[in-house]
Design a protein around this ligand. Structure first.
Ligand SMILES: [Zn+2]
Ligand SMILES: [Zn+2]
Length: 278
């Protein structure tokens, strides 16, 4: 962040300019100067021109071929942020709601809660938090009745983005590594640009792995349709050779068959084998 960032925020620190961005967002096609001015509702053409000029270049562009003004990527990101409610709404807490399933640690009952801009699934007995994520107010919109499913879906989406190399916050490149933790090997993915990070157990890299997806298919199940807190193997990663090192192993077990993944230091799953466990 630098002086350019301050200039960018200054450019949108005006109610009329925010209205211009919203009208461009709502329009299906680029708008001419007079169409846009009418929609925003400003009579004074000179005043309107001044404010539009402050947005041009960074947030708004004039497309000569289409004959009008349109949002640039920064403008769309900004309006998207406004719709998420992250700048304007105080989120009402939701829950706790009972969740189907039981705690992997103690077998206790689970509950889902949304509060302080975080959605999470907790154990009511040992109070361990199984999954947790920071989310804007728009997250609960229409999903109040099944908070747990919403948390599950959101965490999968953001973690997949991190693991696939794109920061869900700023779209910058991410890099993953293995780290030791009190629960064994842990997957850490950090954005090299903004520093946003994802922390999960090392087995997390298996949730979307093609070998795991087809392993579940072969057992007539779907790993995608199984909530994260029901994937009991998520807690079972171990360091290869029993020492903290550069490789971890993840074992997925279903119906007497085990699938083994080896997770390298950069979180790539490098080896896969299946064995009978009976
Ligand atoms: Zn528990
Ligand atoms: Zn980032």
């Amino acid at each position: 962040m630098n002086e350019d960032a301050e200039a960018a925020f200054a450019a949108v620190a005006d109610e009329l300019r925010v209205r211009i961005l919203r009208e461009l967002w709502d329009a299906d096609d680029p708008l001419s100067f007079s169409e846009l001015r009418e929609r925003v509702g400003v009579r004074d053409s000179g005043r309107f021109n001044y404010h539009l000029g402050e947005l041009r270049g960074r947030f708004v562009e004039k497309d000569e071929d289409a004959g009008g003004y349109d949002l640039r990527f920064a403008g769309r990101k900004l309006v998207g942020g406004l719709y998420s409610g992250v700048y304007t709404e105080a989120a009402e807490p939701v829950g706790p709601q009972p969740v189907d399933g039981s705690c992997v640690t103690c077998g206790g009952d689970l509950e889902a809660v949304y509060e302080d801009e975080h959605g999470k699934v907790d154990c009511t007995d040992c109070e361990v938090t199984l999954i947790q994520t920071g989310v804007p107010p728009a997250f609960v919109d229409g999903r109040e009745d099944d908070l747990a499913a919403a948390v599950d879906g959101y965490v999968r989406t953001t973690s997949r983005s991190f693991l696939d190399g794109f920061c869900p916050t700023c779209s910058g490149p991410t890099a993953g590594r293995l780290e030791d933790s009190e629960y064994g090997p842990q997957a850490v993915v950090e954005c090299e640009r903004c520093g946003a990070s994802f922390y999960g157990l090392a087995a997390w890299v298996g949730v979307d792995h093609p070998a795991v997806v087809s392993f579940y298919d072969d057992h007539d199940r779907s790993v995608r349709d199984t909530e994260l807190w029901r994937l009991d193997w998520l807690a079972d990663a171990a360091w290869v050779d029993g020492a903290d090192g550069d490789r971890a192993t993840v074992t997925v077990e279903l119906d007497g068959e085990a699938l083994r993944l080896t997770v390298a230091d950069d979180l790539a799953a490098t080896a896969v084998e299946r064995t009978e466990t009976d």
